[in-house]
Design a protein around this ligand. Structure first.
Ligand code: ADP
Ligand code: ZN
Length: 523
């Protein structure tokens, strides 16, 4: 048996060295462990990779009794327990994958005081008789991992988690530690309220990743943009996130056709196929992974130099998690998000079908994501503000900071576009409108007779991408809207009419090509 340790920070340090081989705690870990050892309820909000596990595992080892860890993912539970055992710490897990006889053996080990940590699924914890079983043991503390699952505001809501308040009712004197990598304010509030935490100490480690250069680009010619970026960053590994499996596969083919070592990854593949792709990426045999959001959980590759989003993510939590897979080593990395308003429309439709009960919530989150993509102020500020942090200065490492938008009087440009919209009888989509403005002679233009209207070719002096940006700004500013039930036709609003008639001026942000956004800002 191990020598009896008084639960002090000193003994915690010895355990860290002995079982984990680390000499020192990270700064916040030490404060967290102190809080837990003093018997207080504790909330830990720390990004993935921050070192949350040590925060409850080490106190569990130095305290008397068993620490009961509630964890929602069977696979993660198994990994954690195996890692603990490999380090020489006695731990087990119980969930639906463990046979009844094994469960009995584990429970008797527990009762005999052999275990320092017992991982359980919430279903098991709440199952008949389990709480009573725990009451006969000496439970040192409860650790609620992935605690954001308790919040219906969060992205992984688990209804069982809301019943975890029984822990506080049945174990009024046992400290509860809640841990999560999600930190928005509403989730924080839900965790504290629903677990009935008593004056908890809350530790919010910064979610800032200053080495990530945040860039948003217009969603026009995404494939060209991706190829161009990779070409300008030779040999650097990266991930492209797509919305659908199909997209992953087609984009991969296009990258491969350009001679790039690319592979795709999505939930429709067999576990073996997925493992092979993951392995190839870890070993740098594959430079690029094109993946759905299924990719990334538990990926530990520190030198991912860039992460691109082919589509707008559904919410900021997801976006943050995905870009967080870049630049884990602390060296500069780039996050590029391709954005067009059409993505918002597509996602709105998807979210509405996906989960009718949560539609309103999910649409609100999508709106926040849209605001981020359309922002004209420091993007990092917006991101951190979402996670409850405030940045007092602009970050200097996002596209807006590096290349602040220059505004000009865009009334004339807007009038050209608005007039064309009206003359095309509000039937044109964005692409067709721009083609008409630029005087293109393609099938859609000619068959609609649009080469006959007065504004045909009135905007031939501006490139396509400029027009694309300006039309989107006009949408954002409420001069136009898209009737998506009418084939995405552009319609003019009352405000738009005022601008068209010269009763109101419009400021536009000058469109700036993407390369400029990547160059560091001069002194
Ligand atoms: P999280 O659960 O927050 O995602 P982990 O607990 O898995 O993070 O820790 C991430 C990595 O950091 C692991 O490889 C872990 O061993 C390492 N780590 C944790 N604490 C320390 C420490 N004090 N010193 C060095 N490395 C640490
Ligand atoms: Zn910035």
């Amino acid at each position: 048996a191990a020598e009896p340790l008084a639960p002090t920070l000193e003994s915690a340090r010895r355990v860290l060295k002995k079982y984990y081989g680390y000499d020192t705690f990270r700064p916040m870990q030490e404060d967290i462990i102190q809080s837990i050892l003093s018997g207080r309820d504790t909330v830990v909000l720390m990004p993935t990779g921050g070192g949350k596990s040590v925060c409850f595992q080490v106190p569990a080892v130095v305290s008397e009794g068993v620490c009961v860890v509630v964890s929602p993912l069977i696979a993660l539970m198994k990994d954690q327990v195996e890692a603990l055992k490999a380090n020489g710490i006695s731990a087990e897990y119980i969930n639906s994958s463990v046979s009844q006889s094994e469960q009995n053996a584990i429970c008797s080990d527990c009762a005999n005081g052999y275990l320092k940590l017992l991982y359980v699924s919430p279903e098991k914890l709440l199952s008949q008789g389990f709480i009573q079983f725990l009451q006969r043991l000496r439970v040192s503390m409860f650790a609620i991992d992935e605690a954001h699952c308790i919040s219906s505001w969060g992205h992984d809501f688990r209804p069982e988690y809301t019943q975890l308040r029984v822990l506080r009712e049945q174990f009024p004197n046992t400290p509860i530690i809640a841990l999560t990598a999600t930190a928005d304010r509403l989730t924080q509030r839900d965790i504290q309220q629903q677990l009935r935490l008593h004056e908890p100490q809350v530790f919010l480690s910064s979610f800032d990743r200053p080495n990530l250069n945040l860039i948003v680009r217009p969603g026009q010619d995404r494939v060209g943009g991706i190829l161009d970026f990779i070409e300008r960053h030779p040999g650097e590994s990266g991930i492209v996130y797509c919305l659908s499996r199909k997209q992953c596969e087609t984009l991969t083919q296009k990258l491969q056709a350009k001679g790039l070592k690319a592979g795709f990854y999505h939930a429709g593949m067999t576990p073996n196929q997925r493992a092979a792709v993951q392995e190839g990426f870890l070993k740098d045999d594959l430079q690029v992974i094109v993946a759905t959001i299924a990719f990334g959980m538990g990926i530990d590759k520190s030198n991912v130099r860039w992460v691109m989003h082919y589509n707008l993510p559904k919410n900021i939590e997801g976006y943050y998690q995905e870009i967080g897979r870049g630049g884990r080593d602390g060296s500069p990395a780039t996050a590029v998000l391709f954005y067009s308003f059409a993505d918002v429309l597509q996602l709105r439709e998807m979210l509405t079908k996906e989960n009718p009960q949560l539609t309103q919530l999910n649409l609100t989150k999508l709106e926040r994501m849209q605001q981020f993509a359309e922002a004209a102020s420091c993007r990092r500020k917006i991101l951190l503000n979402y996670f409850g942090e405030t940045l007092t200065q602009d970050c200097g490492n996002c596209d807006i900071c590096r290349n602040p938008p220059i505004t000009f009087d865009g009334s004339l440009i807007a009038q050209k576009a608005l007039s064309a919209v009206v003359r095309m009888r509000e039937r044109a989509s964005i692409g067709l409108l721009i083609d008409v403005l630029r005087g293109m002679r393609n099938q859609a233009v000619l068959s609609g007779g649009y080469d006959q209207i007065k504004t045909y070719g009135a905007g031939a002096d501006l490139p396509y991408l400029d027009w694309y940006s300006y039309v989107h700004q006009m949408l954002n500013d409420g001069l136009l809207y898209i009737a998506y039930e009418e084939g995405y036709a552009l319609k003019i609003t009352e405000l738009g009419r005022e601008v068209l008639q010269g009763q109101r001026a419009l400021a536009l942000k000058k469109f700036q090509p993407a390369e400029k956004a990547e160059k560091p800002k001069r002194g």
